[in-house]
Design a protein around this ligand. Structure first.
Ligand code: FAD
Length: 553
């Protein structure tokens, strides 16, 4: 018999009612990892907290990252030792507080030869950097880096060109499902009393007679809700300047968006059992090649971006860049036609006076307060969300004239309390799949299947997600659209966009029953989802010439 778990409510209707009727200490604008972290920190300090997200939770950058919880080896090259130290300390906190969602991942850095020659200088520099990484906090994970032979390196990625591999280094970091981590933070904040809702966007700020920000006007379901709050936190990622513009008609453009994309390819094309760091020729950068079930994803790019902030596109050039990097180190090239999914995100980097390329800009964060009291948090990384939140809520407390201790270092996320890591197995297992996504709450999904065994069938043929997970997503995770279910509650679109589009009718029937959609709404949801998938595919499709060069022909 499964142990009963306490499930705190996460109901949008209730949240909207509370938003309209209550007085809050703090209102957080933005339901990415940053806003979700702020809401959890504020709620656990005892502040009456609300969070509003204009779209879905994590629909901005926080579902489109490389999904690494890490210090970032390359930031050592940039002499950002403090940032790496902070990232590695936070990695440990995340492994402890969300062990179901954040897991240790070994990385291989192959040492490659060039024209048959090993650069001893490069190999020594790599070894030195890894010692430094270990000493800056990498060792907290309980394992230190080590050298491996060429054969061992190739065993970890069987497609590597053995003639180019002279050896390698193994080191350890962690990874996560970014959208689910963000959702878990939102739900945990709600469990600590925060009022949290998606599809509720701030359209203007509420100011009192002396010009102080005292809440906001929020659009939800075609209605305007006036939310009263003593402090408003702007955690709107790359849209931060838009929210600042509601407060200060003139302000500097503080964000320099940097686009990064990823592609997924069948695992069989790469055959890596751990993550692999592949250098990009002539670009002083590397890309990660990360196994994800039956697939492998490759990323990322790092380019200045000046287009519209909503839905940045993967261009053919972006895809060609990643394929070129991968194909330079493997025997059998991966073709553009092998790409099963893509995603593009924008890093909300802090703009500086320098014209450095975005890859060289700092990933530090900053908290600032405007004259009218709007608190804005910008920059940072997925990994350091908790530290960003602590600094932000310290500023909120300062405005409220209080000093309360931050409690999130020891706050477990929902699903973590009593969680036991399932034993490693190479066999696909429903138990492990659910445990890694829901922790102790996996029993709730299992219970749906016990009640209706048809819900144990795959949601999208070929992917491990169950139909029960779509039902759970609506009942417990505030999913409102087909895209919420297929892109963020599950990651079907990232892993296999065409298969997810093919399954859209069936998924909409299932989700629509839960949400009370009529035929017209169901058809609209399917049409919208398929159009988004088609646009994503078309944007990334390579013209012939780029295709030839990415294949090295
Ligand atoms: P977002 O996730 O964009 O959230 C902002 C939210 O505000 C959005 O959901 C938006 O809808 C909402 N919003 C905007 N305006 C309003 C409004 N008026 N009312 C209500 N809501 C509003 N970091 C790592 O640590 N590890 C990695 O491996 C990593 N890889 C990355 C790879 C790429 C390609 C990119 C782009 C970033 C990566 N990062 C990584 C960085 C990390 O993903 C981001 O720093 C982080 O996700 C930013 O989160 P955020 O909450 O600040 O922004």
């Amino acid at each position: 018999m499964a142990k009963p778990v306490q499930v705190p409510p996460f109901d949008r209707g209730d949240a909207l009612e509370s938003l309209a009727s209550e007085q809050f200490d703090v209102l957080v604008v933005g339901g990415g990892i940053t806003g979700a972290g702020v809401a959890l920190d504020a709620a656990t300090r005892g502040l009456r907290t609300a969070l509003v997200e204009r779209d879905d939770f994590a629909s901005g950058t926080s579902s489109k990252s490389s999904k690494l919880v890490h210090g970032g080896l390359r930031y050592l090259q940039q002499r950002e030792v403090g940032l790496v130290y902070e990232g590695l300390a936070e990695r440990q906190v995340a492994l402890r507080n969300a062990p179901h969602l954040v897991r240790v991942l070994p990385f291989l850095i192959p040492v490659l030869t060039k024209d048959g020659v090993i650069s001893r200088r490069l190999a020594r520099a790599l070894g030195g950097a890894l010692w430094m990484y270990d000493l800056t906090g990498g060792l907290r994970i309980g394992k230190r880096h080590r050298r491996v032979s060429a054969d061992q390196a190739v065993a970890h990625m069987q497609t590597l060109r053995a003639d180019r591999v002279a050896g390698g280094y193994l080191y350890y970091d962690a990874n996560t499902d970014d959208a689910r981590l963000t959702l878990a933070l939102c739900r945990t904040a709600a469990a600590h009393g925060a009022v949290v809702t998606n599809y509720s966007g701030v359209t203007s700020l509420r100011k009192n007679g002396d010009g102080r920000v005292r809440g906001a006007h929020v659009q939800a379901d075609g209605n305007e809700v006036e939310v009263r709050a003593d402090v408003v936190v702007n955690a709107a990622g790359v849209w931060t300047d838009d929210v600042r513009a509601l407060d200060e008609p003139t302000h500097p453009h503080s964000i320099r968006p940097a686009k990064g994309i990823h592609i997924t390819v069948p695992w069989g094309k790469v055959r890596n059992d751990i993550a692999v760091v592949v250098p990009v020729a002539k670009d002083r950068r590397s890309v990660f090649v990360v196994p994800w079930g039956d697939l492998t994803y490759v990323g990322t790019t790092d380019t200045d971006y000046e287009g519209p902030l909503d839905d940045p596109e993967c261009t053919p050039d972006d895809v060609a860049y990643l394929l070129r990097a991968l194909n330079a180190v493997i025997g059998e090239p991966v073709a553009e036609g092998d790409v099963l999914g893509t995603w593009a995100g924008l890093r909300p980097l802090l703009r500086t006076a320098s014209n450095d390329r975005t890859a060289d800009l700092s990933r530090r964060h900053a908290v600032r307060r405007s004259d009218s009291g709007l608190v804005t948090v910008t920059g940072g990384k997925l990994t350091t969300y908790r530290r960003m939140a602590a600094d932000t809520v310290d500023e909120v407390d300062a405005l409220l004239g209080k000093r309360r201790r931050c409690r999130t270092k020891r706050t477990k996320l929902l699903g973590a309390e009593g969680y036991e890591t399932p034993p490693d197995t190479n066999e696909p297992s429903r138990h492990v799949h659910l445990a890694h996504r829901y922790g102790t709450e996996a029993v709730l999904v299992e219970a749906l299947v016990d009640d209706d065994p048809a819900l144990g069938e795959p949601l999208v043929p070929g992917l491990p997600y169950l139909k029960a997970e779509a039902v759970h997503a609506v009942r417990r995770e505030m999913a409102r659209t087909l895209d919420d279910v297929l892109t963020r509650r599950t990651r079907a679109r990232l892993l296999a966009r065409d298969d997810s589009a093919a399954a859209a009718d069936d998924v909409a029937a299932l989700v629509g029953r839960e949400l009370g959609w009529d035929d017209a709404e169901r058809a609209r949801q399917v049409k919208e989802y398929r159009a988004a998938v088609a646009a994503e595919r078309d944007a990334a499709e390579l013209p012939e010439t780029a295709l030839e060069s990415s294949l090295g022909t």
